[in-house]
Design a protein around this ligand. Structure first.
Ligand SMILES: Cc1cc2nc3c(=O)[nH]c(=O)nc-3n(C[C@H](O)[C@H](O)[C@H](O)COP(=O)(O)OP(=O)(O)OC[C@H]3O[C@@H](n4cnc5c(N)ncnc54)[C@H](O)[C@@H]3O)c2cc1C
Length: 557
């Protein structure tokens, strides 16, 4: 069977550019020259490397590790080539091994200087940034350098961990102990009961038994401790489009920024299979691709990320009229800032049907990404919802599954879905729309759905042998964590801003001075990616004014 070409085959020149001698001279000011003996390791999987490394003399062998830890050569670098991928932008652990084949002289550029280079050297910086991104894409294709998840592919916890890593753009590999002799051997070696699966092997050899997402993130170096004494200019809570836009604009204007998200970057937009109405992308773009660009862009401007980390509450720091503010985080950590931007968006509504929770890990889905499409490949699925997100998901799934049953509570789709999606659905022979239909029951065992029951108007109840149910039925604001903070909310729990809460407040400022709200979480906001991004950009101008006002009131040190 023909396999699709890898990114190394199709984009080799952009992945592995060679700098000209005059370009090497230009970048020397950003780094320090170091020498390595033949055989020395310049980088090791799982360890934080020294930064972007440009080879000045000698040759360096780059290799990845397969799921059993065997070394697989990727490329050999000579003079003018540079070693590094996205991890070097933020000082995270390396995903490859690098060894000097012969005596090597190299210019080592640490993460902060790499970010300075990308900004100061526009043309060269663009080529370097593109190479870093493409190399990460190449590692994602093979899963190299990431953790190895051992467990049955349909297991809810395997799906949870895979989903977390995929949504955070981190490579991983999976092994099924039922079909893979090496996975079986691994389980025996670590004396793991099948009931304790999945296990995760981290690149530095640690073994985790069915970890939480924060445990896994800490083990692979995605998440580090937060310095409780550091005072950030702004902490952005939520890394959806609104939070990431705030971070990019604030970071690019020199503010110190920390972004927190309890799940992954991208928010709801990251769940969108194809965004077709975002300016500048006439052929559409997947939400994940758009959000990954924003996430990398924010890090280029020095923004710090803490993902997954949840804001649990907001304290007043010293009783003053405005900041600094202290955020209480999960894991009993604290973070301190002169201003806060609330960008916590909304969370999906759940269907009121008995037993739903039992199927949520493996059979009930709130996203329609390639992961879910693969899981349902060739089967019939049911999808509940009538908004644009439901329409997009139905169109996307239709090209991967045998049939989509689109269950709509109201009398017609056009009342809540954009015309282009209604028309597209009408043209798909494997999507059947049932209006005035409600799900009445779910049947299954051990978390695996076996059948769905529904009723259309007052007709007889229908029982369909369907194993996957997708829910796209709207969202509620993520504002529970603000209870007791004094931030004023509207009747539905969305955050009030500007004149809606207090005449003296700036646009996008909440009832507490120095605390702002942007995007879907804000009362009256337009629930669109472009609107969220616009508010993220806009809030930074207001922030500057608030910080300046605060500065003038602070005691002189
Ligand atoms: C499937 C789907 C398809 C869509 N398609 C389109 C489209 O095609 N075009 C369009 O314009 N719009 C689309 N939308 C709407 C669009 O995605 C949203 O309007 C947009 O994502 C809102 O951005 P936001 O940053 O305000 O919030 P969100 O995207 O909701 O992001 C909020 C983030 O905050 C995090 N968070 C929440 N609480 C906490 C906490 N206490 N601590 C830390 N982090 C927290 C969440 O994990 C989340 O990542 C779609 C939505 C969905 C669900």
């Amino acid at each position: 069977m023909p396999t699709s070409p890898s990114i190394i085959d199709t984009r080799r020149d952009q992945m592995f550019p060679v700098l000209e001698p005059f370009e090497l001279e230009r970048v020397r000011r950003f780094g320090k020259v170091r020498s390595y003996e033949a055989g020395a390791a310049l980088a090791k999987v799982g360890e934080v490397g020294p930064g972007l490394t440009i080879i000045l003399a000698g040759q360096v062998e780059i290799a990845r590790r397969d799921e059993l830890g065997h070394s697989v050569p990727i490329v050999t670098y000579g003079p003018g080539s540079f070693m590094g991928e996205l991890a070097q932008l933020s000082g995270r652990p390396t995903l490859i091994d690098a060894q000097a084949r012969e005596p090597v002289e190299a210019l080592v550029i640490p993460p902060d200087q790499l970010r300075a280079l990308l900004i100061a050297e526009a043309e060269l910086g663009e080529r370097v940034m593109r190479a870093l991104i493409l190399r990460r894409v190449g590692l994602l294709e093979t899963g190299a350098g990431g953790p190895v998840i051992v467990g049955r592919p349909q297991n809810g916890d395997v799906l949870r961990l895979e989903g977390f890593l995929r949504r955070n753009g981190h490579p991983y590999q999976s092994m099924n102990p039922e079909t893979d002799a090496d996975a079986k051997a691994l389980i025996e070696r670590f004396h793991v009961d099948t009931g304790q699966l999945p296990i995760v092997l981290c690149p530095r050899g640690q073994l985790l038994r069915n970890p939480t997402e924060p445990e896994l993130a800490r083990c692979i170096g995605l998440l580090g401790p937060i310095d409780p004494d550091r005072l950030y200019d702004v902490i952005v809570v939520g890394a959806g489009p609104a939070g990431l836009a705030t971070a990019v604009y604030a970071g690019s204007e020199g503010l110190s920024v920390l972004v927190l998200d309890c799940r992954a970057f991208g928010g709801q937009a990251g769940a969108s299979a194809r965004i077709e109405n975002y300016l500048g992308f006439p052929t559409g773009i997947s939400g994940m691709a758009l959000m990954a660009r924003a996430y990398n862009q924010a890090q280029k401007f020095g923004v710090e990320m803490a993902i997954p980390d949840e804001a649990m509450g907001l304290d007043r720091f010293d009783g003053a009229e405005s900041g600094p503010f202290v955020l209480r985080l999960s894991n009993n950590e604290r973070a301190k800032a002169r201003s806060i931007v609330i960008a916590t968006g909304a969370r999906y509504r759940r269907l009121a049907v008995a037993g739903l929770e039992a199927f949520e890990g493996s059979s009930v889905h709130y996203w329609a990404s390639p992961l879910e499409a693969k899981l349902c490949g060739g089967q019939e699925v049911a999808l509940v919802g009538a908004g644009n997100s439901a329409g997009q998901a139905a169109v996307y799934l239709a090209s991967h599954v045998a049939k989509v049953w689109l269950l709509v509570r109201g009398p017609e789709l056009a009342a809540s879905m954009s015309r282009y999606l209604v028309d597209r659905i009408a043209g798909l022979s494997n999507v059947e729309v049932l209006t005035q239909t409600n799900v009445t029951g779910l049947e299954g065992r051990d978390g695996v759905l076996e059948a769905i029951r529904w009723r259309q108007k007052s007709a007889e109840e229908v029982r369909a042998p369907i194993q996957h149910l997708f829910l796209f039925i709207g969202a509620d604001p993520n504002t529970d964590w603000l209870s007791g903070s004094g931030i004023a909310l509207d009747a539905k729990g969305f955050v009030l801003t500007g004149g809606d809460c207090n005449e003296s407040r700036n646009l996008l400022e909440t009832s507490r001075r120095g605390i702002f709200a942007v995007g879907d979480v804000r009362s009256g906001s337009i629930k669109r990616v472009a609107a969220a991004v616009g508010e993220g950009a806009q809030v930074v101008a207001t922030l500057h004014a608030a910080l300046a006002a605060m500065e003038s009131k602070l005691p002189v040190a």
